[in-house]
Design a binder for this molecule. Structure first.
Ligand SMILES: [Zn+2]
Length: 312
C-alpha cells in the first residue's frame, strides 16, 4: 500500500489510521471505525476508506470487492474512440503547463488524481513524468486506483499534495463545493489544481450526474485559487454532436444506432469547430477547464463579471 503516512480517517476528527494485520482502523476511540469489526478493508493493496456511518455518502464500502478492468483497449477500439472524441489538444497543453508548474516549484511532486479509475484523455505527460508521484483515488477499484474513497471525504491528511488533477469528475459529485473544500484542505500552500468539467453535455452515467458549469461559474467554484488559465476545451460543434447523439438515441431507442448515425455529423462538427469565434467558448463550449494556484485570499464576486469574454 502506498503512502500510509498521509492517510487519515474520514471521521470529523480526521484521526490517524493504524494498520492491524491487513486492515486499517481509526485511532480515535469514539470513531465507529476504531473497532476491528468496523475496519477499513484493503484489497490488492488499495484501502477502501469509505464510511456510511461517519459520512453522508452515496458510496457503499461493502459493495466494492470486484476489480474493474480499465486496461488499454485494443488498437481498433482506441482508433475508433479517437475518431469520435478527437485529439484532446487543449487538455494535453494544459497537462504540459501543469507539469511545468510542478517542476518549477518542486524537485519531486506528489499529485492526487481524483477520479483515476480510468486514465483521463490528454494526461499522458503527467503519468509519464518520473519526478511526479501519482496517487489515484476513485469510488471503485481499478489498476490505476491506489485508494478507494468518496471525493467529498478524502482520506488524506491536510497539506499532503503539491497538485490535484480532477477531470470529468465534478459533474458526478452531489456537492462540488464540499469536494473543492476537500481539495483545498489536502493541498499544500501555493499548490496547484487542474479541473476539467462538462458545460454543454447531456447526462452521462445515468443517475450519477448532478452538475454542469459555465466557465465563470466553474472559476468561482475555485475562488480560493489564483487564476493561471481557464477556458473551454471543445467548441459548440462538439456540444452539438452530443445533442445530436442523444436526439438519435431518443428517436431510435438504441445507443449504438445513435452513435453510428451521428458519427459523420460528429466528425464534420468537430472539424467546423476550428472556424468558430474563440469567444463562443464562453457561451457554448462542450467542457470548461481551470488551472490555478492555492491562495489565502478569495476571489470577490464583483471580479467575476470582468472575466466574461463571450459573444454577448
Ligand atoms: Zn475515525
Amino acid at each position: 500500500m502506498k503512502n500510509i503516512d498521509i492517510l487519515c480517517c474520514v471521521c470529523k476528527q480526521r484521526s490517524d489510521l493504524k494498520m492491524i494485520n491487513d486492515i486499517l482502523v481509526c485511532t480515535n476511540v469514539n470513531c465507529h471505525h476504531s473497532k476491528e469489526s468496523n475496519c477499513f478493508r484493503i484489497i490488492n493493496g488499495s484501502p477502501i476508506i469509505i464510511s456510511e456511518v461517519e459520512c453522508d455518502t452515496l458510496c457503499s464500502a461493502d459493495k466494492i470487492d470486484s476489480y474493474v478492468d480499465r486496461s488499454e483497449s485494443s488498437l481498433p477500439v482506441r482508433a475508433l474512440r479517437r475518431i469520435v472524441s478527437g485529439k484532446p489538444k487543449v487538455t494535453e497543453d494544459n497537462c504540459s503547463d501543469f507539469v511545468s508548474l510542478l517542476r518549477k516549484a518542486n524537485k519531486k511532486s506528489k499529485v492526487l488524481i481524483i477520479g483515476s479509475g480510468e486514465i483521463g484523455n490528454g494526461t499522458e505527460q503527467l503519468y509519464k513524468s518520473k519526478d511526479i508521484e501519482i496517487l489515484g483515488t476513485d469510488i471503485y477499484l481499478s489498476n490505476t486506483v491506489d485508494y478507494v474513497s468518496d471525493a467529498h471525504f478524502l482520506p488524506f491528511k491536510s497539506q499532503s499534495f503539491d497538485g490535484v488533477w480532477i477531470q470529468a469528475v465534478l459533474e458526478h459529485v452531489v456537492d462540488p463545493h464540499k469536494v473543492v473544500s476537500e481539495i483545498i484542505r489536502v493541498l499544500k500552500d501555493e499548490a496547484y489544481v487542474y479541473a476539467e468539467t462538462p458545460f454543454m453535455q447531456q447526462v452521462h452515467e445515468g443517475p450519477f450526474d448532478f452538475q454542469r458549469f459555465t466557465l465563470i461559474g466553474h472559476r468561482y467554484l475555485f475562488k480560493s485559487f489564483e487564476l493561471i488559465k481557464m477556458g473551454g476545451n471543445q467548441g459548440a460543434g462538439v456540444a452539438l454532436s452530443w445533442s445530436l447523439r442523444y436526439f438519435f438515441w431518443g428517436l431510435f431507442r438504441s445507443r449504438l444506432l445513435a452513435t453510428i448515425v451521428s458519427m459523420p455529423f460528429t466528425i464534420l462538427l468537430r472539424f467546423l469547430d476550428k472556424f468558430l469565434d474563440k469567444s463562443s467558448l464562453y457561451d457554448s463550449s462542450s467542457g470548461v477547464f481551470f488551472l490555478g494556484k492555492k491562495t489565502q485570499s478569495q476571489l470577490p464576486q464583483k471580479d467575476l463579471i470582468d472575466l466574461y469574454k463571450g459573444m454577448q
